[in-house]
Design a protein around this ligand. Structure first.
Ligand code: BV8
Length: 257
């Protein structure tokens, strides 16, 4: 379907009109903060491994030390970066318009929260959180875990794993239900920085559209959700979100970058 090129100014008007905005963000949201996306080749030593295999229970059980070290590497990376102008624009808008904007994120880096967003719906968990691999017993206390790669319970040997949702694992039911409701209740959904390849998260864009929301994709390159969108803005999160969300933004229609 040939889409009329809706420019920044049009979408900015949609933002002003919308009473409820849902944002679905993916790894591209954090790219300008310096966090490598899943799509980008993993850096250095890690480039030899498929992140999808590593981000799975099977991958962790097969090579617990390697997978734990991969997460430790990513945790160290996230600790050295800052939220970017896109994260900040979302947090500022939500503070200025309480209850009007909900952030639903696939990201596990915590940058939306560090930028000041509250009530962030983290579909895929938290990179910095730990949990037990097997159902914890009375002896399994995270604060007492024996250090190691990975740490483990000194009594029963249960392994500590990162508190993220791995491929093949269900999303937290309460969080996904809240995300579904935010998508279905939205007048506008901004889909920012996601290839739209991972489900059920990516399905929230179609859900929003089917429930009557306008859907806008913000991505420098084509994504699998472009055909769900009413508008596609070819640009980056840190460039476009401030122009869409900050007061007095949204200059007259011009070709977005
Ligand atoms: C599930 C946490 C029910 C971990 C992540 C077989 C068995 C089981 C399930 C499946 C199966 N086959 C398929 C599935 C479903 C599977 C799935 O969708 N697979 C895909 C790959 C086909 N989904 C699941 O497994 C989910 N659970 O289905 O449960 C179930 C249960 C059991 C059995 C059956 C069903 C769980 C999925 C969650 C996985 N965990 N993260 C970790 O991080 O280590 S997902 C992980 O990858 C990220 O969190 C992220 O969500 C995803 C990568 O996607 P994107 O965010 O889109 O990032 P990507 O790098 O791909 O793209 C970046 C985009 O940004 C690009 O478009 C780029 O152009 C753009 N960009 C770049 N720079 C910028 C930018 N945009 C804006 N500005 C910029 N500056």
């Amino acid at each position: 379907m040939k889409k009329a090129p809706h420019g920044l100014h049009t979408v900015h008007g949609w933002v002003l009109e919308a009473e409820r905005i849902a944002v679905l963000s993916g790894a591209g949201m954090s790219a300008e903060s310096g966090v490598p996306t899943f799509r980008d080749a993993q850096d250095g030593y890690w480039a030899q491994f498929n992140p999808q295999d590593m981000a799975s229970e099977r991958g962790f059980r097969a090579a617990p030390q390697r997978v734990w070290d991969w997460y430790a590497h990513r945790r160290a990376g996230v600790a050295q970066v800052q939220p970017n102008a896109g994260h900040v624009a979302l947090a500022r808008f939500a503070r200025a318009h309480p209850g009007r904007l909900t952030v639903i994120t696939q990201n596990v880096d915590g940058l939306h929260q560090r930028a000041g967003s509250s009530g962030v719906l983290c579909l895929h968990g938290d990179l910095l959180a730990d949990r037990w691999l097997e159902a914890p017993r009375a002896c399994c206390r995270l604060e007492d875990a024996e250090p190691g790669s990975p740490p483990r319970c000194g009594s029963c040997g249960n392994l500590v794993r990162p508190g993220v949702v791995w491929f093949g694992e269900n999303l937290p039911v309460d969080v996904f239900e809240a995300a579904r409701q935010a998508a279905q209740g939205a007048d506008l959904m901004l889909v920012v920085g996601t290839a739209g390849a991972v489900y059920p998260a990516a399905g929230l864009a179609r859900l929003a559209r089917q429930a009557g929301a306008r859907v806008v994709v913000v991505n420098p390159v084509a994504s699998e959700l472009d055909d769900v969108a009413h508008g596609v803005l070819r640009g980056t999160a840190a460039q476009l979100l401030p122009q869409l969300l900050e007061p007095g933004a949204g200059r007259p229609d011009q070709e977005t970058p």
